[in-house]
Ligand binder design. Structure first.
Ligand SMILES: Cc1cc2nc3c(=O)[nH]c(=O)nc-3n(C[C@H](O)[C@H](O)[C@H](O)COP(=O)(O)OP(=O)(O)OC[C@H]3O[C@@H](n4cnc5c(N)ncnc54)[C@H](O)[C@@H]3O)c2cc1C
Ligand SMILES: NC(=O)c1ccc[n+]([C@@H]2O[C@H](COP(=O)([O-])OP(=O)(O)OC[C@H]3O[C@@H](n4cnc5c(N)ncnc54)[C@H](O)[C@@H]3O)[C@@H](O)[C@H]2O)c1
Length: 476
């Protein structure tokens, strides 16, 4: 009991695992505590991995469905959701190999399964055992928020924690919430054959994204048969005959009843913090329920750090990983480092994908920054035309010759956004992107084209034209 470990990490998701593997390999006395039965966290078991695997199967179905448009005759037979979910499980199992507890034990990490709770700021309890440490990392993730809709508890609704266990495709699926989870899974189920209604309380799907591009994505979803209702509230829910559910919706068109076979709740997340007993450690929670941390990711108790979904502000796997690297610098190497959120990319993996990096238009306006938008449509990119995937647009937010933010709706936007992320992070001038050679015909040419569009008015101005005429007159 008197032994003080160097570091105790609570939570075996990406934030905890990245910290544990580095601390262990550097020879610290580290304990990693995970309350579930396996390591990997939400991303592996109920989040990124199953959702992207499901989207892949849905994309295969859509390709077959649309094959004729490419001159290929093909027929889409029945879709066996059980087989699709079997593949989801096999992909999780494959990736799980990297999160084998023995791998971490091999790094010298003491992996313990059980729920951790603070007894005081230096002591936790796990399965009745008390553990003390000089420093702690809290990486306990988040869980779905269930909106207080009267009657919802009577309906066997799904969340991201249960939806991947489904084996029968629902003929009619209501998705409550038009954020990334609702939009991705809504499209996946629609492409697999469900009649999907996506219900969003706010004025646009993906409210954190560029409104014009979210609107274009909405049109894509609707063209595939997803019924998208924005400004719509679910007033109540009731279980109805034959295992169906009736939702009362109120929106712009008034009140209506929607009868469905399944309801998926995707209405936001709340941090997993109650179980750790934050008050006993003297920790403070922000109004949104995340742990209050400073720029070095220290909580009010400076020896207790937090990263990932339980700390905010961006609930993404790559953010948990990045924040873990900041904690490693501060808590392990003891080199002060602040988190830098100026070039954070995020991607919604619909088809087309919607990616963003850096400031949004609202961020720039709120900061009083003068900017212009350099835009280029996907429909004018030759590779996109060749592939028959012409929906979307790149919108660069440009200030003083540099990109400060960008949003891209296009095929593979999640891959393409990283060139722009690098430009923002390294302050690379837009003219360098305009001048860089981009292979033809790639989708990546859209970045060069948008940059070129920004300079075109200047290049072809009467002043430049006059100069070109003059120089060609006087030089041989
Ligand atoms: C459907 C869905 C799709 C997503 N898709 C993406 C995506 O494509 N890209 C992306 O970047 N992000 C995506 N996310 C978000 C991503 O999953 C999270 O941001 C990421 O998992 C956060 O990592 P974390 O380490 O903070 O928490 P987690 O991965 O949730 O890990 C936290 C761990 O802590 C454990 N724990 C909690 N309390 C205790 C306790 N008291 N004691 C011990 N252990 C405890 C939990 O069991 C869990 O294993 C998605 C999320 C969902 C739900
Ligand atoms: N591709 C990705 O990176 C990815 C994918 C999925 C999830 N995630 C992460 O997980 C987080 C959670 O995703 P999410 O989609 O659950 O949450 P979210 O908070 O991003 O979106 C929830 C949406 O539900 C709406 N909503 C809330 N209550 C509602 C109600 N009662 N009726 C109708 N609409 C309602 C909100 O207005 C919001 O648009 C995201 O913020 C994201 O960071 C990331």
């Amino acid at each position: 009991m008197d032994h003080k470990h160097d570091l105790i990490i609570i939570g075996g998701g990406v934030g905890g695992l990245v910290t544990a593997s580095v601390a262990g390999q550097l020879g610290l006395d580290v304990v990693l505590v995970e309350r579930g039965s396996a390591l990997g966290g939400d991303c592996l078991h109920h989040g990124c991995v199953p959702s992207k695997t499901l989207l892949h199967s849905a994309s295969v179905a859509q390709t077959v469905r649309n094959a004729e448009g490419s001159g290929i005759s093909a027929g889409l037979g029945d879709i066996d959701l059980e087989a699709v979910m079997d593949r989801v499980r096999s992909v999780i199992a494959r990736i799980q190999q990297a999160d084998d507890p023995d791998r971490f034990r091999g790094y010298g990490v003491d992996v313990q399964f059980g729920e951790a709770r603070f007894l005081d700021a230096r002591t936790i309890e796990v399965k009745g055992n008390r553990l003390r440490a000089r420093r702690f990392v809290i990486a306990t993730g988040s869980q779905p928020t269930i909106p207080p809709i009267p009657g919802l508890d009577d309906v066997p609704y799904l969340t991201n924690e249960t939806v991947f266990d489904e084996t029968t495709l629902p003929a009619r699926l209501a998705v409550i919430g038009g954020g990334p989870i609702g939009t991705e899974l809504g499209q996946a189920f629609a492409r697999l054959g469900s009649r999907v209604t996506l219900i969003e309380a706010g004025g646009q799907i993906l409210p954190k994204d560029d409104p014009a591009l979210a609107q274009q994505l909405r049109a894509c979803l609707e063209s595939e048969g997803v019924s998208v209702r924005v400004n719509t509230r679910v007033e109540s829910a009731a279980a109805t005959a034959n295992d169906t559910a009736a939702l009362t919706l109120s929106g712009d068109a008034g009140e209506e009843t929607l009868t469905v076979d399944r309801v998926l709740v995707a209405a936001g997340r709340k941090p997993n913090l109650q179980s750790i007993n934050p008050g006993a450690a003297g920790l403070e929670l922000a109004p949104d329920g995340t742990l209050t941390v400073d720029a070095r990711l220290r909580t009010r108790q400076h020896h207790i750090y937090a990263c990932g979904d339980c700390a905010g502000p961006y609930p993404f796997t790559h953010m948990a990983e990045y924040q873990a690297s900041v904690i490693i610098s501060n808590a392990i190497f003891r080199m002060p480092k602040k988190a830098d959120y100026s070039a954070v990319p995020w991607v919604t993996y619909t088809d087309p994908e919607l990616a963003h990096v850096g400031m949004t238009v609202t961020d720039a306006q709120d900061a009083g920054i003068a900017f212009s938008i350099a835009a280029f449509p996907v429909a004018d990119v030759d590779r996109a035309i060749a592939q028959g995937q012409t929906a979307g647009e790149l919108r660069l937010i440009v200030s003083r010759g540099k990109i400060i933010g960008a949003s891209l709706l296009s095929p593979h936007a999640g891959e393409l956004i990283h060139e722009i992320a690098l430009a923002i992070a390294e302050g690379i001038p837009l003219r360098k992107l305009a001048g860089m050679i981009h292979a033809y015909p790639t989708l990546a040419q859209i970045t060069k084209r948008a940059a070129g569009a920004h300079f075109a008015p200047q290049l072809f101005s009467s002043r430049t034209r006059g100069f070109v005429k003059w120089i060609n007159r006087i030089l041989p």
